[in-house]
Design a binder for this molecule. Structure first.
Ligand code: TRP
Length: 337
């Protein structure tokens, strides 16, 4: 009997701050499940975070351990998943440099994620070269591990498309299937809104609930959540659309029929905001309490966390080096072999 090889998963996060519930719903939860059935690599994308944090290098490097703590505390098991630091795998930088030749400036400028980020930051033409080309480095991350599954948020879909274009272009030009195409795996729940009702939960927008949030912070965040401004009395009919509490219940209350029942009651009138907020707060307190406790326990021994990252990085380097070797041989760049 032959055993089918496990699919390879690669994913990661920029290390610009501790992770929050948006990350949990968007991809962390999926990663905890995927590590049971796949060979999973998770990268701490410090090098990518540098591309738009010039002058704030300390912020990027000091958050490497914070994000690692979030991973470990939510159940990513270093015996099942390989967690590593992107900047410490120079093979990725070398692969990126080679990949630069397989993509045009105009194609990068058309990448919708990059376009949106340039607009949000008001960069216009003052774009750091590294920032414009970070999709190439992300393609190198994915290709280096021969990943076929990439669990990411919806905003990352253009990155996956760009990766596959690059992979095809590379394979076509060397006339061999050296690299593999990949597929994004997007969470069924979709994007979690911020507690203020803005479309996206984000630390920089100040509308996030962090995975290490205290019980008081969770209570205050739920209290702040936007519901329906016209739902003044319990007996008034209320709206579900745009109601943040229901968006969170959809994401965190496992009993979907209970949520549907509550939605029907809320629409009809007769269900108060206090009651749905109480239910949600209970769910969030129960979800975050063990994560917070585990995070604190792990944070007390930073040396142990760093050695997990060191071991993961060594393993990641071996895999990336093997792919880089194949790429260089395919290009004839193996003079001394
Ligand atoms: N772009 C991702 C983010 O903003 C981080 C990242 C870097 C990544 N390389 C990756 C994600 C490769 C998936 C695959 O968080």
């Amino acid at each position: 009997m032959t055993i089918a090889p496990k699919p390879v998963v690669l994913t990661g996060d920029r290390t610009t701050g501790p992770l929050h519930l948006g990350h949990y719903v968007g991809s962390l939860r999926a990663r905890v499940a995927l590590q049971e059935e796949a060979e999973q690599y998770i990268l701490l994308a410090d090098a990518q975070a540098f591309t738009d944090n010039v002058g704030k290098h300390h912020k990027v490097t000091s958050n490497v351990i914070e994000v690692a703590l979030d991973y470990l505390a939510t159940g990513i098991d270093p015996l099942k998943s390989t967690i590593f630091i992107q900047s410490q795998v120079p093979e990725l930088a070398e692969l990126t440099a080679l990949f630069m030749n397989f993509v045009t400036v105009s194609r990068l400028e058309r990448n919708p994620t990059i376009k949106e980020e340039i607009r949000l930051r008001g960069l216009e033409r003052d774009i750091p070269v590294g920032f414009l080309t970070y999709p190439v480095s992300q393609a190198a991350d994915i290709a280096a591990f021969r990943a076929t599954i990439v669990p990411v948020g919806e905003d990352q879909l253009p990155m996956i498309e760009q990766t596959n274009e690059l992979v095809r272009r590379f394979n076509d030009s060397v006339g061999a299937q050296v690299l593999l195409e990949c597929a994004a795996q997007v969470s069924a729940v979709g994007r979690l809104p911020g507690v203020d009702g803005k479309a996206k939960m984000s630390k920089s927008l100040g509308n996030a609930i962090e995975l290490g949030a205290s019980s008081d912070e969770i209570r205050a965040a739920v209290r702040r959540m936007y519901t329906d401004e016209h739902h003044l009395r319990v007996t008034d009919p209320g709206r579900i659309e745009g109601n943040i509490v229901f968006a969170f219940l959809d994401a965190f209350e496992p009993n979907a029929s209970l949520v549907n029942e509550l939605k029907a009651r809320y629409r009809r009138g007769g269900l108060g905001d206090t009651e749905i907020k109480r239910l949600l707060e209970g769910r969030l307190q129960a979800l975050i309490a063990p994560i917070r406790a585990e995070r604190q326990r792990l944070a007390a021994d930073r040396g142990a966390v760093m050695s997990i990252l060191k071991r993961g990085t060594e393993k990641a380097r071996q895999k990336a080096a093997a792919t880089l070797g194949d790429v260089k041989r395919a290009l004839g760049l193996a003079y001394f072999d």
